[in-house]
Design a binder for this molecule. Sequence first.
Ligand SMILES: *C/C=C(C)/C=C/C=C(C)/C=C/C1=C(C)CCCC1(C)C
Length: 246
Amino acid sequence: METLLTADLVGLDKIINGDPIAITFFIGYMAMFASAVFFFMERGSVDGKWKMSLLVSGLITGIAAVHYYYMRDFYLETGQSPTAFRYVDWTLTVPLMCVEFYLLTKPFGAKGGTLFKLIVASLFMLVTGFIGETSGIDSNIMWGVLSTLGYLYIVYEVFFGDVAKLAAASNSPALGRAMFLLKIFITLGWSIYPIGYMVLPGNLLSGAFEVSSIDLFYNLADAINKIGFGLVIYSVAIAESNKAKA
Ligand SMILES: *C/C=C(C)/C=C/C=C(C)/C=C/C1=C(C)CCCC1(C)C
């Protein structure tokens, strides 16, 4: 009990003394937690088919909140990047984000097979990324390239594959808007992760940033992609639900 208390106080002191990485873990944790509460509560404000989307947004941010709680403490105790926690979080939340994309197009005929392809590609991206982060200086570029292939496949699916075809055929302005935003998140929001990965020793940006900044990139990207994307879905859901009432 006593050691726990001391560690907590040391951690708090670090945060207050302005370790920017510690601060982003701290804020990330609270923001994910608050977002999860918000998405769960707001399920009641939207129409039937959007409720599942809000539930999934709540699960994504809720799962992230729990991992941020552990990642923050791990970082404060060790000063190291919490790579294993990070990838466990992503392995759960990225497939759920694929479910989110699928739910958007489901009312217009999306098939389970599309979801399956997205999940397989995202798992490939994450497994190779994890191996890359833990494999050391000589091979992290190679694993990063492999991981990027999984990422590019997801981008391809959203821009030209099944997801894109369904959205184009739907003639729904709401889906069109959601798809437009989804494309921005997938290309700009998700690309922050590989940029963060490139600060690893031996990788392309290792001279330009300190290794520790990897967590700044990842924490920023998580906030944008988990909370930001959830809010975008929420705003489309509210607009569509109000239209249906009018
Ligand atoms: C909520 C978490 C999300 C949306 C995580 C997304 C993660 C990525 C898009 C990671 C991509 C990577 C590459 C494309 C190459 C280098 C290794 C990764 C795993 C950082």
